[in-house]
Ligand binder design. Structure first.
Ligand code: SF4
Ligand code: SF4
Length: 120
C-alpha cells in the first residue's frame, strides 16, 4: 500500500486532467480521451458518489445544489430534482470527488466510495 495513489476529495477532487498518466512509470494509469466527457464517463471509474439524505441541506428544507454545479458532468452524473435535491447516476459518475470537495455541509453530505469498496 505504500505510495499507492489515492484521492482525498475534501482536500482536492480529481479534475480529470490526465497528467498522472504522463508520469506513471508502469503504465497502470492510462490516458482517456476527452470527447465532451462521454469516453471519460465510460472508462474512468475511481469510485461512486452517494448522498446522505439525512444531512443534505436540499433534503432537509434548504435548497442547495452546490454539489450539482461542481460536478464536471452536471446534469448527467449528478443532477438536481425539485428544491435542488441531488441525485447520482451511478452509471455516469466517475468518482472524481469534486462534489464532495464542494459540499457546503460538514461533515460532507455527499461522499465518494472508492470503486474497490463498492458492493456488487
Ligand atoms: S457525482 Fe461527484 S464524483 Fe461523480 S462525477 Fe460528479 S462530481 Fe465526480
Ligand atoms: S452541496 Fe452538500 S448539502 Fe448541498 S445539495 Fe449537495 S450534498 Fe446536499
Amino acid at each position: 500500500m505504500h505510495d499507492t495513489p489515492y484521492i482525498h476529495p475534501r482536500s482536492k477532487g480529481c479534475i480529470l486532467c490526465m497528467r498522472c498518466t504522463r508520469v506513471c512509470p508502469s503504465g497502470a494509469l492510462q490516458p482517456v480521451a476527452d470527447d465532451e466527457g462521454e469516453t471519460i464517463q465510460k472508462h474512468v471509474k475511481m469510485g461512486i458518489a452517494a448522498i446522505d439524505k439525512n444531512i443534505c441541506n436540499s433534503y432537509n428544507n434548504y435548497a442547495c445544489g452546490v454539489c450539482v454545479r461542481a460536478c464536471p458532468f452536471s446534469g448527467v452524473a449528478l443532477y438536481a430534482e425539485t428544491w435542488e435535491k441531488p441525485v447520482v447516476n451511478k452509471e455516469k459518475c466517475v468518482g472524481c470527488g469534486l462534489c464532495e470537495q464542494a459540499c457546503i455541509h460538514y461533515p460532507q453530505a455527499i461522499r465518494v466510495t472508492p470503486i474497490a469498496m463498492v458492493k456488487g
